[in-house]
Design a binder for this molecule. Structure first.
Ligand code: TXD
Length: 321
């Protein structure tokens, strides 16, 4: 089997980590594209020169020319500005929509058959715009947010219970913003409900709810917490790790059930919008949305999140995108 070709559109903080992770895991040959002259060439040369240390034979190259992404099997897009302290992800809309439109045109012209994973914020709107500009099937255009948000939720639970994060399953649905929906009821430790563990730990339902609600709030604000500490940008190690998980599931047709920003055709009562939901990710991209029952409160929170995404897309359309 010939090696896959993975193009990274955007060679900034996340793009750089993506390139190194993909190389180290030998997922495929990497081509990093950025508009900053020579920067992708420099970053990828640096990564490539570690090949003997990390033991990889995949090629890692950089370019400022879209023609070099031709034939890519997978494209991961991080092009766009990150937020600064005090900014919301939505504040990036105007600037990043302009960038995403240019990127979509470049990808459509040079790699029309690729599977596309989008990371740029505001995520749900950027995925929507990319799909609109390229006209690619929605199965081949999806976004990374839910894996990161779910990992943050799971990590906080593991820290609270003093257990391995490997045994925690906790999912976040909805848009990648303040209205995201950590699904408390299904959060579990090897099948044991987290809420039961918290009630046993504290011997008090009220305290258990307080602790869970604090973790839910921290999950929703986790991106901003990192931005506040970094001051010059946003999280980049964790989103890169999340996107590599998605790319791996495509490359090896793993059919992982992953929370991704996927196009909904009625699933979860949502029709015609991209939203974070669990989906089967395989060789053809998003193969199936995995629905599960939500109670009235959970459905209300998901509808609220969809409405926030719907408003953002309306704002984007009013800006002419
Ligand atoms: O999980 C998630 N989805 C989010 C995504 C988690 C964290 C950060 N999230 C967003 O990813 C963030 O808000 C940004 O919108 C993107 C990229 O974040 P990153 O930290 O990598 O930003 P950088 O370091 O500024 O890198 C962006 C690169 C930079 O090198 C620019 O020169 C380049 O994008 N850029 C372009 N590349 C290609 N084409 C065009 N037009 C272009 N414009 C800028």
């Amino acid at each position: 089997m010939s090696r896959k070709k993975i193009a990274l559109i955007g060679g900034g903080q996340i793009g750089g980590v993506l390139a190194q992770l993909i190389a180290q895991k030998q997922l495929g040959d990497v081509v990093m594209f950025d508009v900053v002259e020579d920067m992708p060439q420099g970053k990828t040369l640096d990564i490539a020169e570690a090949s003997r240390i990390d033991g990889f034979d995949v090629k890692v190259t950089g370019t400022n020319d879209y023609k070099d992404i031709a034939g890519s099997d997978i494209i991961i897009i991080t092009a766009g500005l990150p937020r600064k302290p005090g900014m919301s992800r939505d504040d990036l809309l105007t600037t990043n929509a302009k960038i995403m439109k240019a990127v979509a045109e470049g990808v459509k012209a040079n790699a029309p058959n690729a599977i596309v994973i989008i990371i740029s914020n505001p995520l749900d709107a950027m995925v929507t715009l990319f799909k609109k500009v390229t006209g690619f099937p929605s199965s081949r255009v999806f976004g990374q947010a839910g894996i990161l948000d779910s990992s943050r939720f799971s990590t906080f639970i593991a820290w609270e219970l003093g257990i391995s994060v490997k045994d925690v399953n906790a999912m976040v649905l909805g848009g990648h913003g303040d209205t995201m929906v950590p699904i408390i009821r299904y959060a579990n430790v090897n099948g044991i409900p987290v809420m039961e563990q918290l009630e046993r730990k504290y011997g008090d339902k009220t305290k258990a709810n307080e602790v869970m609600n604090a973790m839910v709030s921290r999950t929703k604000m986790a991106g901003g917490e990192v931005v506040k500490l970094l001051k010059t940008g946003s999280a980049f190690y964790s989103p890169a790790a999340a996107a590599v998980t998605m790319a791996k599931s495509v490359i090896y047709d793993e059919k992982r059930v992953l929370p991704v920003c996927a196009f909904l055709n009625g699933e979860f009562g949502v029709n015609g919008y991209y939203l974070g939901v669990p989906a089967v990710v395989g060789a053809t991209g998003v193969e199936k949305v995995v629905e599960f029952s939500l109670n009235e409160e959970e459905q209300g929170l998901l509808d609220n999140s969809k409405n926030a995404v719907k408003k953002l897309i309306g704002d984007m359309e009013r800006l002419g995108f």
